[in-house]
Design a protein around this ligand. Sequence first.
Ligand code: NAI
Length: 422
Amino acid sequence: MVDRPRMDEADPLSWMREQMPVLRTLGAAGEPLAGTTVGVASHLEPSTGFFIETLHEAGAEVLATASQADSTHDDVVDHLDSLERVETFADASMDDDALDAAHRRLLDREPELLLDDGAELVVKAHDDVSDVAGAVRAAAEQTTSGVSRVEAMADADRLRVPVYRVNHTPMKHQFDNVHGTGESALTNIAMITNTIIAGRTVVVAGYGYVGKGVARKARDLGAETVVTEIDPRKALKARMDGHRVVPMAEAAAEGDLFVTATGNCRVIRDEHFERMPDEAMLANVGHMDVELDLDALRERAVEVTETDQGITRYHLPDGRRLDVLARGRLVNLTGPFSQGHPAAVMDTTFGAMFVAGRDLADGPVPEPGVHDLPDDLDREVAELELDAMGIDIDSPTDLQSAYLDSWDREGTLEAWEQGDWD
Ligand code: NAI
């Protein structure tokens, strides 16, 4: 369990309500979720707290749980439990098994709509609780790992409900994954270790949306950045963006700080630990805590000590020490000081999850399977965010709209110039 300071005196959501204007606007627009029981799994930190409050404001009955042990804030849970029509199934003391049991208890209450993170509820609704999938009408998924799990279920013909892959919508992955994770990961690494990023060699495993954000922001802070990849196009992109690209076997010997962002397993393993410099730091931002092979590291170590809150030091027989941050779990969410992404980023992510849930609760749902969030809903969130930022943009003129819609572009321009227009 993470020993996280509580803010009992203060309302744990007051700052979020100020910082999340998109959710504020969506929550103030009537009660489109009245009569709907929504199961939510996400990191139960303050911005998620305000998301759940917004669903409640929109009329929903909310059953809320954590998507991962260690990211739960008890003051947020206590606040949510004080709301009528909200019930929580998580607390900060829960380990993986206890959280798993809590997910099942939530599903036993037969929610109709699941707003999920990591597909924790969707997978269990299908696999573990035999009669629950019947009650679940639809779901939306907010992260990459969850989307790949539901896509695998669909491929195996096991998915029996429609799922919006909200992670793949531009308002989610281009902001949350790139900027939110990039900034919050490095902020939390700096807070946990009191280290400086400038002048360090930072190795980022995976150059997808998350890895790209971490690498770019580390370089902006003055780090030398090295990227490892398994996809040739992503590797090329990393190189063209100015990062050095090498295999992990080579990068292992060079890094001061390693950050895994792949959604894959055992990305840094024994053969890499063998080569790492003394006092190398290892952190993970991928959804699951399997990107660092900590079993192998424990096996190799002669002693394991907790040097500080959030740092586990592995003492190797040759005298080297390797420091694992936040026990290899999501470093931006599960460290002792972690608050997750900046609120402004979570505002658009949860805004996208809200409009997804509103759409699914409102009318007929699509066929079982994995679906993109309809584009007009994604644009609605973008417009709300621009509005909140006080940014105006241009609208296309009639000529521009006709030009872009036409295959005969010269003809369109000529018709316009001759006034022959209708
Ligand atoms: P993505 O699919 O865009 O990128 C993952 C990249 O990792 C791909 O380019 C892939 O080729 C590469 N990769 C896979 N195996 C590898 C290996 N063995 N070595 C090197 N590279 C490898 O996914 P995205 O959106 O970047 O997400 C990555 C992970 O981060 C997921 O688990 C996602 O759920 C998680 N995530 C975490 C957040 C957080 O707050 N910590 C926020 C958003 C996503």
